[in-house]
Design a binder for this molecule. Structure first.
Ligand SMILES: [Zn+2]
Length: 65
């Protein structure tokens, strides 16, 4: 089952729940029992800097010697 992250509209409590997709509407805040909204996954925003690691000047880092 997937892990979803929720945030309470009332007390701003954030928590994660391991539930199936069609049951995420039944989730309530464990702190105050209020309505919660699902947060989006954040793992897609990490690691935007990749490639172009050679600023110029230096060896190739491997096969030159
Ligand atoms: Zn709450």
């Amino acid at each position: 089952m997937p892990l979803y992250e929720f945030r309470c509209d009332t007390c701003a409590e954030t928590f994660t729940r391991l539930i199936s997709w069609d049951r995420r509407g039944d989730v309530r805040c464990p702190h105050c029992g209020g309505a919660v909204r699902q947060l989006l996954s954040t793992f897609s925003t990490a690691g935007t800097q990749s490639g172009g690691e050679s600023p110029g000047g230096g060896c190739c880092g491997g096969s030159c010697g």
